[in-house]
Design a protein around this ligand. Structure first.
Ligand SMILES: [Zn+2]
Length: 326
């Protein structure tokens, strides 16, 4: 009997689904438009239909043993999505319970950054690590902490929200209502804000002048920096400095073996890694210097969110099994 898992990544715009084996091969995948459904029940039925459709073409002798879901505001303890700001259905959405009732298998829900951390541990570069941090650099900044081989959920299920720790109490305004949060500087949106600030403060010529804020992308800033654009380069240096200083603090909390960078900004390679490592090392307590690796995630592809979500199921069963050992 070949055991398989379902991974579902719920984004504000699209929901991606896939069936994944233990080695991280995505056997089938599909996608539905999250925004298309007016009621949560209709949305759930569309997800279930997509799972059923994928399951039809599985090899005989295979069996789905669980469903993992990564979603912003997904609560691991309750299995609910609670008061999401980027979904149209408000209040508490009982996702894990609804899936378990329909399929009779465990359904594990957590936020997308936590799913990325477990994905790195099950399929990625953290396979032999027990203490590490994954930082996801997308529109915002998410993070997942693994300590002693266990994902940190915290008392309320929202541990490790590094994106909303402060780097400047009188700094940039954040969607969360605070000021100076890390993600207002270190994220796809954050580096765009930095580019605009640099363009306003300096007179140097730059290929980024004249591009509207909405049209500017991380990829454009990366390519400009690779061509030697002084403003784009300075934006990466500044972003890496803020991230490196914050990572130096982060290391003190959980003493990780490594910190993985995942997503958009991390694809800029040395442009972001070099200043991040330099400023982290410069700000670390001496006892940690030269010991904590900053590495790229191994899951940098289209299927990464599905892999992260599906990995929650393998992690769930690994823990259940170890609980039985004497
Ligand atoms: Zn914030």
């Amino acid at each position: 009997m070949k055991e398989l898992t379902v991974g579902i990544d719920i984004g504000g715009t699209n929901t991606k689904l896939g069936i994944v084996d233990r080695e991280g091969n995505v056997l089938h995948q599909g996608s539905i438009a999250t925004t298309k459904y007016d009621s949560f029940n209709d949305y759930f039925d569309a997800m279930a239909s997509s799972v059923d459709e994928s399951a039809k073409s599985l090899p005989s002798g295979s069996k789905i043993i669980g469903i993992g879901i990564g979603a912003a505001n997904g609560n691991y303890y309750t299995g609910n999505i609670e008061h999401s700001v980027n979904l149209k259905w408000k209040g508490v959405l009982p996702l894990a319970k609804t899936f378990t009732e329909r399929y009779g298998v465990p359904c594990i829900l957590t936020n997308d950054a936590n799913a990325a951390a477990v994905g790195e541990m099950i399929y990625g570069n953290a396979r032999n690590m027990k203490d590490f941090v994954v930082i996801t650099l997308g529109t915002g900044l998410g993070s997942g902490f693994v300590c002693g081989g266990i994902l940190l959920n915290g008392h309320h299920g929202i541990a490790g929200e590094l994106g909303h720790t402060s780097v400047n109490p009188t700094g940039r305004f954040c969607n969360c209502g605070k000021r100076g949060c890390l993600e207002t500087y270190v994220s796809a949106t954050g580096i765009k804000r930095t580019v605009y600030k640099l363009l306003a403060d300096h007179l140097e010529s730059s290929e980024l002048r004249g591009i509207s804020f909405d049209n500017l992308s991380t990829k454009m800033i990366t390519e400009a920096a690779q061509r030697g654009d002084v403003v784009a380069h300075a934006a990466f240096e500044y972003t890496g400095r803020i991230l490196g200083m914050k990572l130096a603090d982060t290391v003190v909390h959980t003493d990780p073996e490594a910190i993985f960078l995942f997503g958009g900004l991390s694809l800029a390679g040395d442009l972001i890694f070099k200043p991040t490592i330099k400023h982290m090392e410069a700000n670390l307590m001496p006892v940690f210097r030269g010991k904590v690796k900053v590495l790229p995630s191994a899951l940098q592809n289209q299927a990464a969110p599905i892999l992260g979500a599906s990995s929650l199921v393998w992690d769930h069963f690994a823990k259940s099994t170890s609980a039985l050992q004497v």
